[in-house]
Design a protein around this ligand. Structure first.
Ligand SMILES: *Cc1c(COP(=O)(O)O)cnc(C)c1O
Length: 456
């Protein structure tokens, strides 16, 4: 009975913990110390002049990012949430404008619109890449639609050609949320600035990080200027800039520090190596999972490279003869319980469709009177279950992903994961029988798991 699943009392595939990720090396430490010695931890000044665009390290980090990928502008920010808000402001979203968003992403990919009075309108996702489906976008466009926020989920890319075609026909701006896909190319072009403006996250959980942080990219000079103004108290610059449209230029303090930029420079140098590691681990998983009944690796289009922020695959409970919750629970039982920031090997569902949340259900965001949802007097917005069936199906039934496909993990770690999946699938009926009356195994189970992992 050596093959007895751990969830039924058998010996687990593995007793040793996965190694923790070590994100910071000597290079980052040295770079930070240099900034410390300079005493200038941030050089920004919130008004016109030499330091409006920050200090030495901020500029160096931005230049490195821009030249590495061929973006005309890279603008660092203190988080990608800030970056999304700035992008929304820069493209000119104003109260009552509709912004088409993905429901299957981190909340900020949609709430960014709300801060400028924009109303998120959710289009459905393509089951092949979990990014916005161009056909669904078409169906959601109205005369009030001003922008689309495209999310490149899990490190893959949305169908940018189709989306750009729709946007250009209707004169709609495109913002790319590439938080999970740094260094990814779509048909040979770096994502992030295929649309009007976009960018990347540098929070701790992303491929590379500066603690918190983000990088906006664009090839459009005017949008770059507007973004820089919003980043750093643009209201103090209004008299000195040549912009016909001063709307939304009022700014915040969304600045990245010299310390963080010094870290970012060293982190960026390591990105290609990380992407290589993730790719080799992912390709191994894809090859092995393709042999199994009940799990289907994601199809990766030849049009795009992939950053594998996590490793997504689809689960079919009818073919596997085991519920998704039990499958995930049983596979995870083959590994020791993670400590600290280590991830569980498998997570089900990813995030719930954003419109399930109270914010959209009650349509309460800014103030007590339902702004911005109530702004267009004769329009009512529908966030009911059923509006994006593919996203709902992914969340409730099909999506499973592994967050462990990254350095310092190796093919041997992936072999253990495959072994555990094989073992659970081979014993599916046995497990299902044992847990037949276990009503605790609902999606809520997996929700608490999601919160504990590094996926955000
Ligand atoms: C991480 C993430 C964000 C937010 O980035 P922060 O830097 O944490 O503000 C936005 N969108 C997506 C898709 C993300 O994964």
């Amino acid at each position: 009975m050596t093959n007895k699943p751990a969830i039924l009392g058998g010996t687990p595939v593995r007793k040793a913990h996965f190694k923790s990720r070590k994100t910071i090396g000597e290079e980052e430490k040295k770079a930070v110390l240099e900034v410390m010695d300079s005493d200038t931890l941030s050089a920004f000044i919130g008004g016109p002049g030499k330091f409006f665009e920050g200090g030495k390290k901020v500029k160096e980090f931005e230049k490195l990012w821009a030249t590495k990928y061929g973006f005309k502008h890279a603008i660092s920010v203190n988080s990608w949430t800030s970056g999304l808000m700035i992008a929304v402001g820069a493209v000119g979203i104003e109260p009552g404008d509709e912004v088409i968003c993905s429901p299957y992403t981190m909340s900020a990919s949609a709430t960014a619109a709300i801060f400028y009075g924009g109303i998120p309108v959710f289009a459905d996702i393509d089951p092949n890449n979990c990014c916005l489906d161009p056909e669904s976008i078409k169906n959601k466009i109205t005369e009030r639609t001003k922008a689309i926020i495209v999310v490149h989920l899990f490190g893959g890319t949305a169908d940018m050609d189709a989306i750009m075609k729709i946007a250009q026909e209707k004169d709609i701006k495109v913002i790319e949320d590439a938080a999970q896909a740094p260094g990814v190319f779509y048909k040979g072009r770096p994502i992030g600035a295929i649309g009007d403006i976009g960018g990347f996250s540098l929070n701790f959980h992303k491929h590379i990080h500066t603690g918190e942080g983000g990088m906006i990219v664009t090839n459009n000079d005017e949008l770059a200027l507007r973004a820089r103004l919003i980043r750093n108290h643009g209201e103090n610059c209004m008299e000195t800039i040549e912009l016909d449209d001063l709307s939304n230029v009022i700014g915040g303090n969304y600045r990245l520090t010299e310390l963080q930029s010094a870290i970012g420079i060293e982190q960026l140098k390591k990105l290609d190596g990380h992407l290589e590691t993730r790719k080799s681990l992912a390709e191994y998983l894809t090859k092995e999972l393709a042999k199994l009944e009940g799990v289907t690796p994601f199809f990766i289009s030849e049009n795009t490279t992939h950053a594998y922020y996590s490793y997504p695959f689809k689960y079919d409970k009818n073919k596997a003869k085991l519920s998704r919750s039990l499958f995930v629970k049983a596979v995870n039982a083959e590994f020791p319980v993670p400590k600290g920031y280590e991830s569980v090997p498998l997570v089900e569902g990813y995030v719930k469709p954003l419109y399930y949340s109270t914010l959209y259900q009650k349509q309460i965001a800014i103030g007590k009177n339902g702004f911005p949802f109530s702004f267009n007097k004769h329009v009512t917005y529908n966030y009911d279950k059923g509006i994006c069936p593919v996203a709902e199906r992914m969340y409730e039934q099909e999506m499973v992903f592994s967050p462990i496909i990254r350095e310092p993990h190796t093919i041997d770690d992936m072999k253990d994961l495959v072994k555990a999946i094989q073992k659970v699938l081979a014993n599916a009926s046995l497990i299902a029988k044992e847990f037949v009356n276990d009503s605790s195994l609902t999606i809520m189970d997996s929700l608490s798991t999601v919160n504990k992992t590094n996926i955000k």
